[in-house]
Ligand binder design. Structure first.
Ligand SMILES: [Zn+2]
Length: 63
């Protein structure tokens, strides 16, 4: 099963600003979970955004 975030932007944890500028994407594989007696492997696509605030010390952040 593949999953990804629904929002078009993310919120910087340092300054609280929102950004839709995607820096890169990567995949994380979550631990196998049982679902209806089957083992399910979840692959989560995670985006890393560029903070739009030029004065923010955190240049990028993950969603
Ligand atoms: Zn920021």
């Amino acid at each position: 099963m593949r999953a990804r975030g629904q929002n078009s932007d993310g919120c910087c944890p340092s300054c609280g600003g929102r950004s839709a500028r995607v820096h890169d994407r990567y995949r994380r594989q979550l631990q196998d979970v049982p679902l209806a007696c089957r083992r399910v492997q979840i692959v989560l696509e995670v985006r890393r955004f560029v903070c739009a605030n030029s004065e923010c010390p955190q240049r990028t952040f993950t969603e």
